[in-house]
Design a protein around this ligand. Structure first.
Ligand code: M3P
Ligand code: FE
Length: 311
């Protein structure tokens, strides 16, 4: 498959209650690289193997959570086409000028029915991964510092009307639903896992009464060993862990859920699926989420926080 359209989640803007504390967590414990600060006071960071300028932007605010998630699309022509498609579908879009985010081109911004702000953009200046473009080394000093995830992988967002959101991502943005968890009575979706690639998900949405909530931002680790090493580092720095290390039955991902100092959940995650767009979605019943290990395959238990704790 030649990849076109929406390529991947490229940036998240996360609200933190204290900027210095947030930077210490994402830069020094997670091991992301700081790539810039802007006049609004936002701090830009990237994972070691990401090429573009920044994937995590921290903004100090009086409440935690997610300002927006941005997806990189193939090129400007694709951006214009997707904007036209969104408008035709009845979605109100707004253009955020180039350079409003450091090193980033124009963004097309819209709000979905779950209350989340989504962006599409085509241009972000390359920063490199420290390995060089010619005869590159396989890794660099940056890949060994802190937890050192390879890239921003996905986010799980909680809010109302996820069926409407699923339809928009599938019908307009070209995502496929890879897996889904049904509600307790089986009549609707509790969580949908949506992919624009052959990742198990590039974004997921969970049904929740309050709009615009963040469940977690997820960061890709190289291996199960690296997930466990991430757990060691979390313990060394007394990072509060929510669940894991374990494996999700849903997506098969190896995981730890933990919290940043502001209470934003994050995940260190090892992908373990390659679902092509022609593969039929996998279904989890709500009972399966618990008793069949959908959430925690090793312990086969629910962990109440999964359904209730968001930022
Ligand atoms: C993830 C993931 C559930 C699993 C969640 C999965 C709802 O966060 O990244 O695979 O059981
Ligand atoms: Fe996840």
């Amino acid at each position: 498959m030649a990849m076109t359209g929406v390529l991947r989640p490229g940036h998240v803007q996360i609200r933190v209650l204290d900027l210095d504390e947030g930077v210490r967590h994402y830069r020094d414990v997670m091991g992301l690289e700081e790539t810039g600060r802007d006049e609004q006071g936002r701090v830009y960071l990237k994972c070691w193997d990401e090429i573009d300028h920044a994937s995590v932007v921290l903004r100090q605010a009086d409440r935690a959570g997610l300002d927006f998630i941005g997806f990189k699309v193939l090129n400007v022509k694709t951006l214009n086409q997707l904007e036209a498609d969104l408008k035709e579908y009845g979605v109100k879009t707004e253009r955020i000028p180039a350079r409003e985010m450091l090193e980033t081109g124009e963004r097309v911004r819209f709000v979905v029915a779950s209350g989340h702000t989504i962006e599409l953009y085509a241009e972000k200046a390359p920063f490199g991964n420290g390995c060089g473009p010619v005869n590159p080394a396989p890794w660099s000093a940056q890949s060994e510092r802190g937890i050192a995830p390879r890239r921003l992988d996905h986010a799980l967002l909680y809010g109302p009307n996820i069926e409407e959101v699923r339809k928009l991502f599938v019908d307009v943005l070209g995502f496929t639903m890879v897996e889904h968890i049904l509600t307790p009575d089986g009549s609707a979706n509790q969580v949908v896992f949506l992919s624009c690639s052959i990742k198990s998900h590039d974004i997921a949405f969970g049904e929740f009464p309050e709009p615009g909530k963040l469940h977690h931002c997820s960061f890709l680790m190289d291996s199960w060993d690296h997930v466990l090493r991430a757990g060691d580092i979390m313990s060394m720095h007394k990072v509060p862990v929510d669940i894991g290390p374990t494996r999700h039955g849903v997506t098969r991902g190896c995981t730890i859920y933990a919290f940043d100092p502001s209470g934003n959940r994050f995940e260190t995650f090892k992908e373990d699926r390659t679902p092509y767009p022609d593969h039929a979605p996998l279904t989890w019943t709500f009972d399966g989420l618990v008793g069949e290990g959908g959430l925690d395959y090793v312990q086969r238990k629910l962990h109440e926080t999964f359904l209730t704790v968001v930022s």
